[in-house]
Design a protein around this ligand. Structure first.
Ligand code: 87F
Length: 495
């Protein structure tokens, strides 16, 4: 799968659309990669940039990040608010990392080293020591943890940062899904005991589940990563895994790690406990990125670009009053008062951007003191009396949100197949399914499965060991090694 369109072709398509009123040229089910590229460009979400793997997040997509994560009015600044509810404070650390700090925790950077970008020059002169651009902030933050954590009263110590990070990836880039610079929040915390750290790992994981399910209407599976797939610098990694039905690929939605005491050891983050003994702290780190936006487009994007004629008379006053009421009720409203486009063209334009609910006001509506409300997901139209607009539209938005989640959940569930044997496993993979299989939980077996499934569309790997485990009767064997199975693991190809 390639997500690629030349800049020129895209520009031409965009221009062509303006002139002809036509929208997408490919269907989601026919060429998913091209469809995705078209949607993010023609929906005014992304502009391409002259550095490969870097994209401009236009207001229409940035608003999703903003609204979802900072300002979401009806869920009250959802994620930021919830992070603060966990007792975590926001702070900001520098973009640049010294080489010395970066290699303090060798194991953590080892596998990632090729992805680290360096600044080597200022103007024409070489820097005395090159400076790395943060790919993640463990090595930036933990010296400060070491300095500020002294006694048990300084714990727990909890910091979150909203920022950009840079990872010079060499895999094929895809807007939102895999870009060389992306936005995220990274939470970093330190506790006196493992028990407290464990509890937070799962509290944060559930928060991430809620971002996906409650805000973006995307079902996710909570689970633990295998030893092969976990973050090597930590103790264990938990994940929320989403699924893209059309490509049959799993995708990691966000992660919450328990780092154990590895970083405490390397950065000397110690505290004096009640008995005046020196102890290493237990640490976690967790992050959620702008990948969320890409997953949302991939799961819920559609081919809808209708074009129809309606009365072209502009009823700006009625539109303004409607918008005012809806905004006062905390809804996000955009009035489109452009008079150089036909209503049909405007419908197409907003459909392309994914607006869930359209309110039309024509002369007949005005005469009847009503507006016409059109749902994107079902296409259903209904006339709503002007004095009931706020209640009815709030209700409809709630309903759309729930139905989107249910629809995506059903589609996802239909793509999970249980396999007890290698043959069943391969059949399911070929059918673009995720596979739930009894597993012996041995690293060598996972590497072996990877090797045996390596093909054009990439090897299969464990996505996670779901927290919610089906029954595993005594005597069940691993689908791959035929050794006694220890747990159910979810396998699949992934992004
Ligand atoms: C790329 C280059 C250098 C991922 C990297 O998941 C280092 C890294 O440490 C690296 N790519 N990682 C793992 C990040 C771990 C962790 N950091 C805080 C998270 C969530 C937020």
């Amino acid at each position: 799968m390639r997500f690629f369109l030349s800049l020129e072709r895209l520009a031409a398509k965009k221009e062509g659309k303006k002139e002809t009123g036509l929208g997408l040229t490919v269907k989601k089910g026919e060429n998913f990669g091209e469809w995705y590229s078209e949607v993010v460009v023609m929906g005014d979400m992304i502009e391409y940039y002259d550095i490969s793997g870097c994209y401009i997040l236009l207001p229409w997509s940035y608003a999703i990040w903003d609204v979802t994560l900072f300002l979401l009015s009806f869920l009250q600044r959802f994620l930021d608010g919830e992070i603060k509810n966990l007792g975590v404070e926001n702070a900001y650390f520098p973009l640049f990392v010294s080489e010395r700090a970066l290699v303090t925790e060798k194991k953590h950077v080892e596998g990632f080293a090729p992805e680290v970008a360096w600044v080597t020059k200022s103007g024409e002169s070489a820097l005395e020591v090159p400076i790395a651009i943060r790919p993640t902030s463990e090595t930036v933050m933990y010296p400060i943890f070491a300095k500020r954590i002294r006694g048990h009263r300084d714990l727990p110590f909890k910091i979150n940062q909203w920022c950009n990070v840079v990872r010079w990836e060499f895999k094929h880039p895809t807007p939102f899904i895999r870009s060389r610079e992306f936005l995220w929040q990274e939470g970093h915390t330190a506790y006196a005991t493992k028990k407290e750290a464990d509890e937070e790992v799962y509290a944060v994981l559930d928060l991430y589940r809620r971002v996906y399910e409650e805000l973006l209407a995307i079902p996710v599976i909570k689970g633990v990563k295998s030893e092969v797939e976990k973050f090597a610098g930590g103790l264990y990694t938990t994940t929320v895994e989403a699924f893209i039905p059309l490509t049959g690929r799993g995708i990691q939605g966000a992660t919450s790690h328990c780092l154990g005491q590895n970083f405490a050891e390397m950065f000397d983050i110690v505290f004096e406990d009640e008995k005046r003994e020196r102890k290493k702290v237990w640490q976690n780190s967790w992050g959620l990125t702008t990948r969320t936006i890409g997953v949302m487009i991939m799961v819920h994007g559609d081919d809808k670009v209708p074009y129809k004629d309606v009365d072209t008379q502009k009823l700006f006053d009625a539109a303004a009053s409607t918008a005012r009421q809806l905004k006062a009720a905390g809804l996000r409203v955009k009035e489109d008062t452009r008079d150089n486009y036909s209503p049909g063209w405007k419908y197409s334009n907003w459909e392309l951007k994914g607006v869930p609910l359209r309110v039309e006001i024509g002369p007949r509506d005005l005469a009847n003191s009503q507006v016409r409300v059109v749902r994107r997901d079902t296409g259903a139209k209904e006339d709503v009396p002007m004095d009931k607009i706020v209640d009815r539209i709030s209700e409809l938005l709630e309903e759309i949100q729930l139905q989107l989640l249910e629809k995506a959940r059903k589609e996802r569930d239909d793509c999970i197949v249980k396999a007890y044997t290698w043959k069943e496993f391969m059949k399911a993979l070929d059918d673009k399914k995720m596979v739930l299989a009894p597993w012996c939980d041995e690293e060598k077996v996972e590497e072996d499965v990877k090797a045996r499934t390596k093909g054009e569309s990439g090897a299969a790997k464990t996505l996670c060991m779901p927290l919610d485990q089906p029954d595993l009767p005594e005597g069940t064997r691993c689908f791959a090694s035929e050794k006694p199975a220890k747990k159910w693991a979810l396998w699949g190809r992934s992004y």
